[in-house]
Every structure is written in structure tokens, then in C-alpha cells.
Design a protein around this ligand. Structure first.
Ligand SMILES: Cc1ncc(COP(=O)(O)O)c(C=O)c1O
Length: 343
């Protein structure tokens, strides 16, 4: 296995357009709620999820037994793979996509089969190829919608085709960027016993440090998932924070509106410079910077702006998070300076 070491060091007080997090932080309501609720006694006892389960199942319009709380989406992926995939089984995913799919599949001893997105610049969702790659050994299919790092979004009709083509596989639709796209497979769980949908508090909710996520599926599946999960993997602070986070719907709506404006500004900035990019349904844009990708990342870093080089998997690719419009204006300004002929 190749180790996975995301560059998470030294990011404080920089403009963090590199991990698709909320670039201004969580709702102030989350901090206030934590201050109010955190007590010495509360910290001394093992977590009690009664309240958070009620709040989140109401918020997501599912029954509590259709929901698994997890230590970030990452743990949800791990639990799903550990539940359904045995040594030598196949796990099907896309390329490029979220690195932890391959990671947990390999830890479980699975054979990872990857299907590439369509050609640049559009990187379309390869539905026919994905369905064509399903074999009797495919135990799990892991899809991010929208996908990271491409931003590619796929519609519900296509997801249903995939679910119908893979009745013997656990199909995960990872909706880490749902709030920026608005299309969800969550309402399908009653119809498809092979469907699993995940959500995270690490992106729009600004709580990546908390490690909090949820996975949804039919109740019988969730019972199986629980068997492969520690009963206390979500800590009490994360559970408290999640309750406060979903209560502040205005905060999320405002942040999303700003991020979508920022995305449009980055798109326009790239177009003005003649730089191509992939269409994105998420809070980031993958631009094609040719053989200057690393230089662009490094020169932005010199200006305390962090973006993510992805040229090792998509030629020339640099992924830029859309945060606030002010941040977008700043990164575009620096890109203009880097791209100008005299620079
Ligand atoms: C598609 C996708 N899923 C999940 C995650 C991580 O989620 P979490 O922080 O909840 O583990 C990311 C983070 O980059 C992501 O891009």
C-alpha cells in the first residue's frame, strides 16, 4: 500500500483553499453551544447519542435506525468496507477520486478496480464504463457526488441505473459536497437495499477538526454496520457540535451562497486568463495549468494562499477551493499576476 499523507501541516493563518473546508470556520452557535454544554461531568462519561440521533434523524428526515453516526466520513467508508468486503473481493471506484476509498479497500485486502472519468476538460461521469466494470466479485462501489477532485456531478437517474446494475454490491454515494450541489440520493434508501449515502460535517459546516459524519441506509444494513464499529467512535463534543451546527441553517445557507459566488468568480478569472477547468458541482474548481501546476501552487503559497496540486493524477490539475467572494477575488488577482507574460 502507498501511504497517504495529506499536506495538513502549517495551514493556520493562511488562506486555506486547499482542502475544500469551510474557509471561515463553523457557526458561532456551535462554539456557544459547546461552551454552554461542556462540563467536567459530561467529559467523564462515555458518549450518549440519544439527543444527537434524534436531532440528526429529524434534520435528515430519516428514522434513527436508518442512520449511523461516524468519526468523519472516513470512518463510515471504513465501516462499510469492513462490513461488506472480504479479502480478494473487488471494490469499484473512479479515478481520480477521494483517496480514502482506495485506502480502506486496500486495508481490507480487496482488489481495487478504478474507472477513469471522461477526457479533460469536462471529465464526464463514466456511467456506462462503471456499470461495465461490475463483476460478480464487486462487493462495494464507492462514488462521490460531486466528486473530489474533479467536481463532476452525476444525476439521480444515473445513480438509479448504477444501483439497479449492482444488486449484489454495497453502493456508497458520498455526498460530502451535497450542500453546494443540492442533489441527493438520500430519498432513495427506501427503494434500494444496496444504497448507502454519507454526509459530513467537515465541509460546509466548518467542523473538519471534530471528525463527524453520518451514513444512511436501510435499517437492516445499519444494524450490520454497527457490528463493525466501535460503540464510542464519535466523541461527545462532535455529537454536541453537530446538533448546534444543523440548527443554524442561515449560517450554512449564507456560506453556500458566498461559495457559489466565489466559484463563479474563480471560473470567470480562469476564463479571462484562457485557463481551462472542469465543470464543478462542489465548492472547488479543478483548473488546468499545464506544466506550470507546481509553480502556481508554490507561488500562491508564497503569498500565503494554499491550493492543492493534483497534477500527479490529472495533467496540469490544480484544485482551488471556493471560499468567500473576497478570497476568490484575492486568488484571482494572484493568478493574474502569475499568468501575466512578464512574470
Ligand atoms: C468526497 C469526500 N468524501 C469525504 C471526505 C472527508 O470527509 P470527512 O472529513 O468527513 O472524513 C472528503 C474530504 O476531502 C471528500 O472529498
Amino acid at each position: 500500500m502507498a501511504p497517504y499523507h495529506p499536506p495538513t501541516g502549517n495551514r493556520i493563518e493562511k488562506m486555506r483553499l486547499d482542502f475544500n473546508e469551510n474557509t471561515v470556520g463553523c457557526s458561532p452557535g456551535v462554539l456557544a453551544f459547546l461552551r454552554e454544554k461542556l462540563t467536567s461531568e459530561g467529559l467523564s462519561v462515555y458518549p450518549d447519542y440519544t439527543s444527537v440521533k434524534r436531532t440528526l434523524s429529524d434534520f435528515f428526515h430519516v428514522s434513527p435506525d436508518e442512520m449511523l453516526l461516524s468519526n468523519g466520513t472516513d470512518e463510515a467508508i471504513q465501516v462499510l468496507v469492513n462490513t461488506y468486503v472480504d479479502d480478494g473481493d473487488e471494490v469499484l471506484t473512479l479515478r481520480p477520486s477521494y483517496a480514502m476509498y482506495r485506502f480502506y479497500a486496500e486495508v481490507a485486502g480487496a482488489k481495487v478496480v478504478e474507472v477513469g472519468f471522461g477526457p479533460p476538460p469536462n471529465l464526464d461521469f463514466p456511467l456506462a464504463e462503471l456499470i461495465g466494470a461490475i463483476t460478480p466479485k464487486t462487493r462495494a462501489i464507492l462514488v462521490a457526488n460531486p466528486n473530489n477532485p474533479t467536481g463532476t456531478a452525476v444525476g439521480i437517474a444515473e445513480i438509479e441505473q448504477l444501483l439497479q446494475a449492482a444488486p449484489q454490491s454495497a453502493v456508497l454515494i458520498d455526498e460530502a459536497y451535497f450542500e453546494f450541489h443540492g442533489v441527493t440520493a438520500l430519498r432513495l434508501i427506501g427503494h434500494y437495499p444496496n444504497l448507502f449515502v454519507s454526509r459530513t460535517f467537515s465541509k460546509v459546516y466548518g467542523m473538519a477538526a471534530m471528525r463527524m459524519g453520518c451514513m444512511f441506509s436501510q435499517a437492516a444494513n445499519v444494524q450490520f454496520l454497527h457490528k463493525a464499529q466501535s460503540p464510542y467512535s464519535v466523541n461527545s463534543m462532535a455529537a454536541l457540535a453537530a446538533e448546534a451546527a444543523v440548527a443554524d441553517t442561515d449560517y450554512v445557507a449564507n456560506y453556500v451562497a458566498g461559495a457559489l459566488r466565489a466559484r463563479a468568480m474563480i471560473r470567470e478569472g480562469l476564463e479571462n486568463l484562457g485557463i481551462q477547468y472542469a465543470p464543478s458541482g462542489a465548492n472547488f474548481i479543478l483548473g488546468y495549468f499545464g506544466n506550470r501546476a507546481i509553480e502556481v501552487r508554490d507561488r500562491l503559497r508564497d503569498k500565503a494562499i494554499l491550493v492543492r496540486d493534483r497534477s500527479y493524477e490529472i495533467a496540469g490539475g490544480v484544485r482551488i477551493t471556493a471560499g468567500t467572494p473576497e478570497q476568490a477575488a484575492r486568488v484571482v488577482e494572484e493568478l493574474i499576476a502569475i499568468w501575466s507574460p512578464q512574470s
